[in-house]
Design a protein. Structure first.
Length: 733
């Protein structure tokens, strides 16, 4: 591609490598000439030249062996800095080269793209990650033979016991350069904080003197920049005299941003189906939940648009195929969660559309930065929804746990005296598995626990809960959410607003967004299309899959259940009206469960009838009786559900599962082990004989973790029920 001034550049993350500003320093002329020869090989363009800040970073790393933080917009050329520096360090003119570059990179997509870029420049790059364990031994041997120029590792790999203890010390001691990509993840003030990234600070502190370090990011405001730079500092002082910080303009001249505020989910879905085909090239449609990606993709395909759903739950082979289809323009769009984010590099991505707003302007800037890297024009559209805040609140509930849970976890490890797996700890600590894992990673970085073979162990080091810091982080998150809502309603320049959110001192009106008059977007959706989308959203019915395995270590809680659940004690596949996160019925269900106890609302009664009508069970599987699960919290709702289904289906109410234990409503709902322990002692079948040889329709209000239905089905099956088909109003996801 050509750039202003006639100088050209191309390649991933290297667009626009023209010189900006004054001529290079004379003293570094020879080295800069050599650096630009490597750059031209990297990007395959004889006209490519380094920006001044690119050269300043390279010179600091290669000549000064310094530590540097580069905060520059997506597409500025950050990867060119470390690849060119690697080439200079590994293959200097007239001297022996340094050790390999170690790049700590968060996503496999980023690793794949960077390996391909390195190969074009003759740089030998390899990766160690969870998908290629069979290659690790040979990779380590190749590093030892000096046959590897660049090693890309995930932050999670840094605390794998074998890698941390056996490989990392020698690798770090012999590294020529250490690179931390997407460095905003280090800071818990950043929009994508990751506990595994925090242990990078320990790695950097233990590096031998003289090994240069580079950190890069496109999305860091002033506070995050200062936090990351402080963690890079050898001295750890806030003066940061030993860290070179290079921060540039965050303008993206190709981006044309706009907001379309529509009154309903159906209207947003209709607008998207109507306008997606006219957006330039291929792109990404971001959704806030996995369920939304599936529904939106189905609707768009029904309108003849070639799209693919993509999320963290997509199988790895399917994710790779979907990425390749988008890279090669075989699909119009990937309908994705934020799982398609950092590291996905497609210079000609023509648009990014958000169906629902991310929780901060900084996160939004990061995601829209996928578009227009190598294009003159790219379209960015936000379709906000009133349910966005509810999704933000849900993910916000997964923040660092309260002090009592953290101290309980530390006490459990200290008392046990031996390594404990996360599954075993789950029986003692009331946290969901993912949240427990994340907490342990933070404690590991803080030195309070240590990951070892077999799980986690206490280090017996003192540890204090930093209430003030966690409170400030929570306040920061809330402020970011309010800023995102303000972006939606603002009449100011869209890009200027985002740049100011990232503390860009050069922020100014872009002249290209809808508020600047540079982008015109329809602000209404076709009524017929809205009605059709509403009909699609109104189709109820999702599958409720039965549990197949009991949680591990239940004996710790006095429950004698372990291993695989016998087939003759399992429920059959069930049904729910919808997920609480669904775009359609999700809103009504969330409102139902947020309100007081009462009867099943009329629309949900009709939805239940539709679910039953579409439930294609074989004749020998169809229920011939109903059993309800009594509820302490919502007795009116569950009672009305049971009576209504009996009247609608004509099936008799056989009996009920009565609450007879002393467990309070919702006990143990934070993780599987404790939930199972609570519900396993909670219910008694009132009249066991009446379910013998019957096919049971099992009714409850909602699924939490699935263990109430699992225990209820087991009780019924052991009492002689032939089949048990659960029917509920809602599932969580």
């Amino acid at each position: 591609m050509s750039v202003p001034g006639g100088e050209a550049a191309a390649g991933p993350d290297t667009e626009g490598l023209a010189i900006d500003g004054p001529a290079p320093r004379a003293s570094g002329g020879d080295l800069r000439d050599e650096a630009e020869r490597h750059l031209r090989a990297l990007v395959g363009d004889e006209g490519a030249r380094l920006r001044d800040d690119q050269w300043a970073a390279i010179d600091a790393l290669v000549t000064g062996h310094r530590r540097a933080l580069v905060v520059q917009r997506t597409g500025w050329g950050k990867s060119a800095v470390y690849f060119v520096a690697t080439a200079l360090l590994r293959h200097p003119s007239g001297g022996a080269g340094s050790g390999p570059t170690v790049i700590i990179s968060p996503l496999l997509a980023l690793m794949r793209n960077q390996i391909a870029a390195a190969e074009r420049a003759g740089i030998r790059a390899v990766t160690i990650n969870s998908t290629n364990p069979e290659a690790w031994r040979e990779t380590y041997a190749a590093i030892g033979r000096g046959q590897v120029d660049v090693l890309l590792v995930s932050p999670e790999r840094l605390n794998n016991p074998d890698f941390r203890d056996l490989v990392l010390p020698d690798l770090a001691a012999g590294a020529g350069l250490v690179v931390v990509d997407e460095a905003h993840c280090i800071s818990d003030w950043g929009h994508d904080f990751r506990p595994d990234y925090r242990r990078i600070r320990t790695l950097l502190a233990e590096l031998p003197e003289g090994i240069p370090v580079l950190a890069t990011t496109a999305t860091a405001n002033a506070r995050v920049t200062a936090d990351v730079a402080e963690q890079l500092s050898v001295s750890g002082e806030r003066t940061l005299t030993d860290v070179l910080v290079l921060r540039g303009s965050l303008d993206r001249e190709s981006l044309h941003l706009g907001v379309v505020a529509l009154p309903s989910q159906a209207a947003r879905l209709a607008w998207l189906a109507e306008h997606l085909g006219s957006l330039p090239g291929s792109g990404i449609v971001y959704c806030l939940t996995v369920a939304a990606t599936q529904l939106v993709a189905d609707h768009l395909r029904a309108h003849g648009l070639d799209v693919v759903a993509y999320s963290g739950q997509t199988e790895q082979t399917e994710r790779l195929a979907a990425e390749d289809d988008l890279l090669n323009n075989r699909v119009k769009a990937l309908v994705a969660t934020s799982a398609l984010g950092m590291g996905f590099d497609k210079p000609d991505l023509g648009f990014v559309v958000h169906l629902g707003a991310p929780p901060s302007p900084i996160a939004y800037y990061q995601q829209v930065g996928r578009a227009g890297r190598g294009l003159a024009t790219a379209t960015v559209v936000l379709l906000p929804g009133r349910e966005d805040r509810e999704v933000w609140d849900y993910f916000g509930s997964l923040a660092f746990p309260p002090a009592r849970d953290v101290r309980q976890a530390l006490q459990v490890l200290a008392d046990n005296g031996a390594p404990m797996s996360t599954a075993e700890m789950e029986t003692y600590v009331p946290l969901q598995r993912k949240r427990l894992e994340a907490m342990l990673k933070v404690l590991d970085v803080d030195g309070a626990v240590r990951r070892v073979r077999g799980g986690w162990e206490s280090t017996d080091r003192p540890w204090d809960y930093d209430d003030d810091r966690y409170a400030r982080v929570a306040q920061t998150r809330t402020a970011e959410q309010e800023a995102m809502l303000a972006y939606v309603s603002s009449d100011r320049c869209r890009l200027q607003y985002l740049r100011e959110a990232l503390d860009d001192p050069a922020a100014e009106p872009c002249g290209r967004c809808d508020n600047c008059g540079g982008l015109a977007l329809d602000q209404v959706a076709d009524p017929e299309a809205v009605a059709e989308a509403g009909s699609r959203l109104g189709r109820p019915g999702v599958t409720v899959d039965p549990r197949r395995m009991w949680p591990a270590a239940m004996a710790n809680l006095g429950v004698g259940l372990r291993g695989r659940i016998p087939a003759d004690e399992q429920a059959q596949s069930g049904r729910a009206v919808a997920r609480l996160t669904d775009l359609g019925w999700g809103q009504q269900l969330r409102e139902l469960f947020a309100g007081p106890d009462g009867e099943v609302p009329v629309p949900l009664r009709h939805a239940l009838a539709d679910v039953l009508g579409a439930w294609a069970l074989a004749p020998d599987q169809r229920p011939d009786g109903i059993v309800g699960i009594d509820s302490v919290r919502r007795p009116l709702l569950v009672g009305h559900l049971v009576d209504g289904m009996a009247r609608f289906t004509g099936l008799p109410v056989l009996t009920s599962l009565a609450v007879t234990g002393d467990q309070p409503p919702g006990a143990g709902a934070t993780n599987s082990a404790q939930r199972l322990a609570a519900v396993s002692r909670r219910y008694t079948l009132v009249d066991p004989e009446v379910v013998r040889d019957r096919r049971v329709l099992l009714l409850d209000d909602q699924v939490v973790l699935g263990w109430t239905l699992t225990v209820a089905a087991r009780i019924l099956r052991k009492a002689g029920a032939v089949t048990v088909h659960p029917l509920v109003l809602a599932t969580p996801t």
